[in-house]
Design a protein around this ligand. Sequence first.
Ligand code: PHE
Ligand code: ZN
Length: 886
Amino acid sequence: MSDISGTPITPVATVTRLADYRVPEFLIEKTHLTFELHEGYTDVSSRLTITRNPQSVKADRLILHGEQLELLSLAIDEQPLDAGDYQITPHNLTIRDVPEQFVLYCTTRIYPEKNTALEGLYCSSGMYCTQCEAEGFRKITYYLDRPDVMSEFETVIVAREGAFSTMLSNGNCLSDTVRDGKRIVHWHDPFKKPSYLFALVAGNLVCLEDSFTTQSGRQVLLQIYTEAKDGDKCHFAMQSLKKAMRWDEQVYGREYDLDRFMIVAVDDFNMGAMENKGLNIFNTSCVLAHPTSTTDAAFQRVERVIAHEYFHNWSGNRITCRDWFQLSLKEGLTVYRDSEFSADMNSRAVKRIEDVSLIRGVQFVEDAGPMAHPVRPDSYMEISNFYTVTIYEKGAEVVRMLANILGPEQYRQATDLYFSRFDGQAVTCDDFVQCMEEVSGRDLCQFRLWYSQAGTPQLHISDSYDADRQQYSLTVRQHTPATPGQTEKKALHIPLKVALYGGNGVLALVTDGQARGTETVLDICEAQQTIVFGQVAEKPVPSLLRGFSAPVRVFYDYQLTQLRQLILLDSDGFCRWDAMQSLMRIVLSKAIDGEDNLAEQAVLIEVLKQLLADHAAMDAALLACMLDLPGEQYLASLYDKANPPAISRARAQLQHQLAVQLQTELLSCYQVLQDSSSGLSAQAMAARSLCNRALAYLLHIDDEYYRDLAQQQFLRADNMTDRFTALKGLVHAEHAGAVAQEALQAFYRQWQHDALVVNMWFQVQATRPWGNVLQEVQQLLNHEAFDACNPNKLRAVIAAFANQNFAGFHDSSGKAYQFLADQIADIDQRNPQMAARLLTPLTHWHQFIDEHATLMRKALESLSQRELSKDVYEVVSKSLNGRGAG
Ligand code: PHE
Ligand code: ZN
């Protein structure tokens, strides 16, 4: 962190606490902003209509937020203030003795061209844009920069005539004129909003236009702005936007409210995208897509993120968060909404598998470490550090549980109530749950613990069968491990969805003499509970946590034959995958622990053979997922102290073993599906994913025939998914040598002008699972296409290496740990948010055996010796001390 003169300031580790929340002392009814964009600096003049908040105790001094601002003028009701009337600190402007109601006039100068933190107003490839969430608006002007201060915004943008073709802000354009060589564009947003939703864009952009007629018959103009070179890459995003708008009308009854909805794509962006009212700003990686240059996975990401930001218009903008502790109110709900949207647009089972993989592989890890926090945290130092998988993904699972507890009709009634009751307000997670409670008449008191209690609950399940009584009972014991600052955990309300399978398929369920269909939700509320099923004629196989009905870990001692049965017969695709993961996990843990696993491997191979031989009988996309071995990070999380090289080795060996044993089936699957379909239909994508999984497996075998297959596919592919998978397979194959190098070079030559594709090229190298990757990663940092100021490049090289190259990052020398720490220290000088995010893998040190943990801590300690931003300081200090904030 540095002040305006550039001198570093040691962070004051101030902690903000939920318990200290107070309503604002002042309200800002109207916000009028004028931006004069000059080369090298921008002057921002604000006119704020301020009143005392009747709900607050009387205060006569006004404290505004403001950082890195040069104050040019300050007046109240047109009376300039004297230096003695106010005080400026690095974070605030305090004005003494203000009246009940007044207009504050303020002009500040800012330097967007020099803004490398990408927060506030900054420049990206020659265009001006803003990023204000969570607390970036205070880098634009002095303001009450908190989400519970909602104001009506007017924005005037002034620039030299001809400087920019496009000058945008939120809402409707009132006028666009030229006077005295200046272009003046005037915007007005009729909806009250907090400052974090403010946006401004000025640049030379092209625009794709379309329109959407809402369910009530209003016409909405849809616009996607990009740099001219990307003009042909917006069609997919536009289609996705229209689908999302229709879906939100049909599923949630939510209609768009303004006459215009704009999206702008920018190259330099810290996150994926931002839901600014009427003017979403997107990372190019989440909006641009074209069949020749975009993989299927990236198409799906665009569809999902477009929907996510659009859905925020209701879940986030119309109804926003009272304070940042409530962040999951908008993010958890919106992720749940986008996840259901994607499930409706594509394969539901595959979407669920992707969500669960993220939760298990990343969220559970966060929950088990020093950065663990509840869905609604109690405290933070830097809110930017709380845009986490816990807030987003676990938060979405909490909403999903509520939706499942209420059922579709009541859930819809409850969201209707929520949207109508709180429209235009800034509210809390509790307000949301309250609506669920009112509509359903259920007591959700215990359920609310999901918001306040951190950590992943563990369910230990055992069973017994009584043939005489024809009774089957499940005993469920729940336990949540301690997390920083929360040692005592209470029992949660856990909806556990189950089914029972017998020799001839699914069984009818009877509990307490009542028929419960073939699938039922058990409400687990006690530390230990036994559920008895009656009229069970044979010892069944339990299918547990169906659909991942709660974000918990289940421990049940499955027999191999039971897993085999679920893999082949379970009616729920997600459960089939989950049973397969369990089987693979058993095989892998034996190998990791150095035990003999031949019997287990034989079952795994046999069942995979059967699935592959009969692949036409099932959803290809689901089968593709079922071929994936559990990730290394997830495997590590199953141990108290994991041994990284042992995990990588066991996994690589099993991969090779499966490839060898399943060669015939994989090859015939590949040949049948190859070229079977093109285009972007769900079916075509599914066929490609299975086909490419087969190829990836085959490339684990050192055989020229398979290398040729890959090379041919690389050269002949008519889409990026096939081309890129072939490239990746070759580069990641230890034996591909010159073929891989040629492909890499050819790929770069062909795509060097497309930044997003170059990022994939970086990523494929940074994630190579063998050899001295660290050295190559260091070389990539010096590559002509690398740019250390561009977050996507940092993600493609550094984050990809640290998060997706388990073997490379956890090299026993510990050099990669220190490399990451050094990079972070450097990046922190420019972009603290990015630096703090890149730190995540080092915060997992506690998961590993001492040799690794010590080296990881050493890297963290080296960072703690440096001058750090508040962002990085918070993560480093918490992960070293293992203490939660507060
Ligand atoms: N609110 C954004 C989203 O999830 C994420 C974001 C947070 C973007 C902070 C920028 C800064 O949709
Ligand atoms: Zn969001």
